[in-house]
Design a protein around this ligand. Structure first.
Ligand code: GDP
Ligand code: MG
Length: 441
């Protein structure tokens, strides 16, 4: 597996130190192979590797995780970020009927997905849905949709032989308006390859029906061709999202990354079977795990993240023990609090720290206040930050002016720092860092 191969790459590097460019490049060679094996298109692999490398180089190697695990975490997080946000829904908030236009190559799963989405909208959301097939090229294509409509319990537009796609789209809209449908799903024709006649047809249908959603349907087994398909379609019609079909098969899902990178549009659904209920929301975490080909990546990453927190706690405890907690440290703590954990979490574990914790919890967690505190500390000189006792009236006024707050606010900040320092001194008397680490388990 990828993590085994990465352990090999990093056999020599353990313990503290920063990930060097060489270490990371070695690991990224393995990641590159994993991505190509998962069918991510080459230009997308390159772009991704560059970004992930930039993120990884220079990061500290934590004592409690191996460098290989750490790179895996960085790569995983970068994948999730690039794949986009969780389960983004269809946006059909327009004057009804809302048009959903399905586009894609022949055999990608457009007709099946049209029926799946229609069924979902009508069964789950109680929407009145009308489906229309604009595929006049393939014999029986329109009948295929009618059959699926019966299975799904969704209406289909009656077939009129000899009509062209744009006219069928207009007729569908008209019927929907007259009969009070909420949604019109337009299932368009595909081709085996992208060609201009197909694109002209897509554009004309799009112009005539003004879709609320235009979804590009893509087979998850699409490999290097994914970039071409995505580029061509998104150049010609204003896509709003992507559906990835056949994720029930062996595909590792690399096409998801390619599609996302090229179109910039969210993946809205994943097709997971031939049956009409084989449609799921898109979960970037799951697909990222599948692309990397790591069975248990999620728990691996969680272990690494826990270790990261522990490292932070240890570094802070060491400062406590030395009684070196100045305003620079407070500032770092405030930053960490915005990302959860930090001193707030640590303080909860230590008797005598309750007071300081309460001080912080009472309002410091509020983002606005954190920003103000950060501004106040930012207005101090480095000397003032490391020696808060220098801060007498004149300096306080200057800092208040510089950061747009009142002198009272500056006093509150200094009081908080004092409370925390006081709690730290108590802690030292109680046995200091060792006692604390024991309590933390
Ligand atoms: P179209 O040409 O784009 O309209 O594609 P179709 O909807 O006709 O689908 C082509 C084939 O793919 C059919 O046999 C479908 O049953 C199958 N298919 C579509 N989506 C999925 C999916 O998510 N999983 C699986 N296993 N098969 C699918
Ligand atoms: Mg079709």
């Amino acid at each position: 597996s990828l993590s085994d191969r990465l352990s090999g790459v990093f056999a020599g590097l353990r313990g503290r130190g920063a990930l060097s460019e060489n270490d990371v490049r070695g690991a990224m060679r393995e990641v590159r192979i994993a991505l190509l094996e998962a069918d991510v298109a080459l230009p997308v692999v390159r772009e991704f590797i560059d970004k992930a490398t930039e993120k990884a180089v220079g990061q500290d190697v934590l004592r409690s995780v191996t460098p290989g695990q750490q790179v895996v975490k960085i790569v995983h997080d970068a994948l999730v970020e690039m794949l986009g946000s969780d389960a983004s829904d269809l946006e059909l908030n327009v004057t009804p009927p809302a048009v959903v236009m399905m586009v894609g190559l022949q055999g990608s799963g457009k007709t099946t997905t049209t029926a799946k989405i229609a069924k979902r909208l009508s069964a789950r959301e109680g929407k009145k849905v009308l489906m229309a097939s604009l595929d006049v090229n393939r014999p029986a294509a329109q009948e295929q949709l009618a059959v699926l409509g019966e299975q799904a319990g969704v209406a289909t537009l009656p077939i009129v032989q000899g009509q062209q796609p744009v006219d069928i789209a207009r007729r569908a809209l008209q019927s929907a308006k007259l009969q009070g449908f909420d949604v019109v799903m337009l299932d368009t024709a595909g081709r085996l390859h992208v060609d201009q006649a197909l694109m002209d047809e897509m554009r004309a249908v799009s112009a005539a029906s003004n879709p609320a959603e235009t979804l590009l349907v893509v087979d998850s087994l699409t490999g290097q061709d994914a970039v071409n398909v995505a580029k061509n379609f998104s150049d010609q019609v204003p896509l709003t999202g992507v559906v990835l079909t056949r994720m029930d098969g062996d595909a590792r899902g690399g096409a998801a990354l390619s599609m996302r990178a090229v179109t910039g549009k969210p993946i809205k659904f994943v097709g997971t079977g031939e049956k009409l209920d084989g449609l799921e929301a898109f979960h970037p975490e799951r697909v990222a795990g599948r692309i990397l080909g790591m069975g248990d990546v999620v728990s691996l990453v969680e272990r690494a993240a826990e270790a990261v927190n522990q490292e932070d706690a240890e570094a802070m405890a060491a400062k406590f023990a030395k009684g070196q907690f100045d305003l620079n440290d407070l500032r770092n703590q405030l930053k960490q609090m915005q990302n959860m954990g930090g001193l707030g979490a640590l303080a909860g574990m230590i008797p005598g720290m309750k007071q300081a914790q309460a001080a912080m919890a009472s309002g410091a967690v509020e983002d606005r206040l954190l920003v103000r505190m950060d501004a106040m500390i930012g207005s101090m000189t480095p000397k003032e930050r490391s020696k808060p006792e220098l801060l007498q009236a004149k300096r306080k006024i200057r800092i208040a002016k510089g950061s747009g707050v009142t002198v009272q606010d500056v006093n509150k900040l200094l009081k908080m720092h004092q409370d925390m320092s006081g709690a730290m001194k108590k802690l030292r008397k109680m046995g200091g860092i060792k006692a604390m680490m024991a309590m933390m388990g």
